[in-house]
Design a protein around this ligand. Structure first.
Ligand SMILES: [Zn+2]
Length: 685
């Protein structure tokens, strides 16, 4: 990915990572292979661990199992097997010894051995010494404070099981909020070691309220990013792709460490924080339509359809099927090539065919038609040429445009999500008095007081300063906790001070505010507006994939009520709570309309004599010939309904009811319960 800016961090915040930055060791997963790439002999590893354990005082469970248990004796478990027991007094010493052997290069103990010592406790987990050597375990590096002979390798790989029983301190040199002295045996390499990869991408997350950081971790996984470099030769089921991604101006050291620039997940948007009209209420945001027209947050969904002919013909018939367009039907010519496949770049509308299959036995041609309600573009067609003469398998990739529209979701990296409520063109947006710049995005100031995402404000100021200086800004959290290593640089100035003076040096306001003019009236806004670039993510929840409307359509054959599901063209459930709401409002007509008229309206014949709706039967009117013989006048005789039970049509009435009621009566009849209806005319009821 080409970088538009000089890769250089500002002097004010140096990247300050020690050991792991130099590539000594890294968080990861234990492997079947050793450092040289040879398959590890786990039998041998386990045997050598056993001999070390026996050396430090373990009593092996073979040939005779020791009957005693905690608290005197703790069992020793290696990879899920009880291998022996140890007097509880010496376990701690054995653990320290094993950790020392883990670090020394010459020992046979692997460096990724997990030594989980569960100490004796009241009501805690079952005590014992649990060890793991197996592959596919998570491990991460921490610094061992008591390395063998005080020098050499002090980076120990620990696993999630042992971690909770270890004393790991933060490198800030403080007590971690404890009253007593921190009995630390290990130390984090960097304070950000406690954060995951995703959490590490949030700039200055130490300035945010913690739930906001967690929301961001959820949303970072929902961004429409740049998820793959070799997009042109991939056949993913569904792939969201951001067309115009950018690298963030404010980023953490982890961002560079993991080369997230190769897979960027957002855009630098100029964000103004102001209440402009009412379209930014309740986390709604106004997008600059002109910015969108220039490519802001444009995206695509790629969807691959796989057609396997071998699958279709596997069952009863062994007929050969090939991709081929029917020779007689010329109407398909504009959509499907002679090879039975669509043209690349072709637009296909709903219910149009995109693939044609010829059955050589029946000489019939079948087509696959596009489902859904929106047109797609054929992006790529890949044929499996294993069978050169008659290819049997094809991948057809469709491309659906997903440029921002009203209702699409966006989010900054601080858990501040919002929905686009308006797309306004440039001329309607407010503009800066000094630079003339117009924001790409307007959010409401109410997004800040209760959420306390201070880092987003910092990001805005820092990005503004970074832009003015043409430099990226390092926003690694907990910078002061590792500052003690370079004492000379220690200064009293706060982060805000450093960022603010960066702006004033370029003639901007210290607090990042600017005088804006109304785009509608051209008058100066009464208050100075906080404006600056913030990295925004486009989230993949889009109205085009979610909207659900119908007037009439498919109904369930059993209940005659509308089916559910957007894909099936179904309705939206009007449930109990919605019903209660209308009842509480006294909106009887609206309720009747939703639950009956618009659902499963039905007119049933009911016998008022016996009150049954199930015993009615329709008598077919007599045929014309019979009627004429009888001297009756020609024409349609009215339908005649009789009650089979009463053997008369005297008491027949028609009643409007939901069809499910009739179904219920039938179900009840099946278990010998009779439903009696007592009819009265509407006026008397
Ligand atoms: Zn009857």
């Amino acid at each position: 990915m080409a970088r538009t800016m000089v890769q250089d961090s500002l002097e004010l915040r140096e990247p300050h990572l020690s050991g792991w930055e130099q590539g000594r060791s890294n968080a990861g997963i234990t492997s079947y292979f050793d450092n040289e790439g040879n398959v590890r002999d786990f039998d041998k590893i386990q045997k050598s661990i056993l001999s070390v354990l026996i050396g430090v005082g373990m009593v092996p469970s073979l040939p005779k199992l020791v009957q005693a248990g905690p608290p005197q004796v703790l069992s020793v478990i290696l990879d899920g097997r009880v291998v022996g027991s140890m007097a509880s007094g010496i376990v701690e010493k054995a653990v320290t010894h094993l950790r020392k052997l883990k670090l020394s290069a010459s020992s046979v103990i692997p460096d990724d051995l997990e030594v989980g010592y569960v100490p004796l406790s009241m009501g805690g987990p079952y005590p014992g010494l649990y060890m793991f050597t197996s592959p596919s375990r998570f491990i991460r590096p921490v610094k061992n404070l008591t390395p063998p002979d005080g020098k050499g390798n002090d980076i120990e790989l620990i696993g999630p099981f042992e971690q909770v029983y270890m004393e790991i301190s933060c490198p800030d040199g403080r007590d971690g909020g404890r009253k007593s002295k921190f009995p630390a045996t290990h130390e984090e390499i960097h304070p950000t070691g406690i954060l995951s990869v995703v959490a590490n991408l949030t700039p200055w997350s130490d300035h945010n309220q913690s739930p906001r950081n967690m929301y961001q971790c959820q949303m970072a996984k929902q961004t429409m990013g740049f998820s793959a470099q070799a997009l042109h030769c991939r056949a993913d089921q569904k792939l969201y792709h951001l067309q115009t991604p950018q690298t963030p101006i404010v980023r953490t050291s982890t961002y560079e460490k993991y080369s997230v620039d190769e897979f960027p997940l957002g855009t630098n948007a100029i964000v103004a924080v102001l209440a402009y009209t009412g379209y930014d209420m309740e986390d709604a945001m106004i997008l600059n339509k002109s910015s969108v027209d220039r490519g802001l947050c444009h995206g695509y969904i790629y969807q691959t359809e796989t057609i396997d002919l071998a699958e279709q013909s596997s069952k009863s018939d062994q007929a050969l099927r090939t991709f081929q367009r029917g020779k007689l039907d010329t109407s398909l010519k504009s959509l499907i090539d002679s090879d039975g496949l669509p043209y690349v770049g072709q637009m296909i509308k709903p219910y149009e065919p995109y693939c044609s299959i010829h059955n050589t036995q029946t000489n019939k041609v079948t087509t696959s038609t596009l489902k859904g309600t929106e047109p797609v573009t054929v992006d790529y067609v890949a044929l499996d040429v294993k069978n050169k003469e008659h290819p049997q398998k094809v991948n057809i990739r469709f491309r659906r445009p997903r440029n921002p529209v009203i209702g699409d979701k966006f989010s900054s990296r601080h858990g501040q999500k919002g929905v686009c409520s308006q797309l306004w063109s440039d001329i309607d947006m407010p503009f800066s008095g000094t630079t003339g710049m117009r924001p790409d995005l307007i959010i409401n100031p109410h997004a800040f007081p209760s959420r306390m995402t201070i880092a987003m404000l910092l990001e805005s100021i820092a990005a503004k300063g970074g832009c003015l200086n043409g430099k990226f800004v390092d926003a690694t959290p907990f910078p002061s906790s590792v500052k003690k290593t370079n004492v000379e640089q220690e200064s009293d100035s706060s982060l805000v001070d450093e960022l603010g003076s960066m702006l004033t040096a370029r003639g901007f306001n210290y607090y990042g505010v600017e005088v804006l003019y109304s785009g509608v009236y051209g008058t100066e806004l009464k208050c100075e507006i906080f404006i600056g670039p913030v990295y925004y993510q486009r989230l993949r929840h889009m109205v085009s994939d979610k909207y659900q409307v119908r007037s009439t359509g498919v109904v369930d054959p059993l209940t005659r009520q509308p089916v559910k599901g957007r894909k099936q063209g179904g309705g939206i459930r009007f449930g109990e709570m919605e019903r209660d709401s209308l009842l509480a409002h006294g909106a009887a007509y609206a309720l009747h309309d939703r639950l009956h008229t618009s659902s499963d309206h039905h007119i049933a014949d009911v016998c008022s004599l016996c009150g049954s709706i199930l015993t009615t039967s329709l008598i077919q009117p007599q045929k014309r010939a019979v009627r004429e013989i009888g001297g009756l006048p020609p024409g349609r005789a009215p339908k005649k309904v009789i009650c089979v039970a009463c053997r008369t049509s005297k008491g027949m009435e028609t009643v409007a009811m939901p069809y499910v009621f009739r179904y219920l009566a039938a179900e009840l009849a099946a278990m010998n319960i009779k439903v009696n209806l007592q009819l009265s005319d509407g006026a008397g009821a």
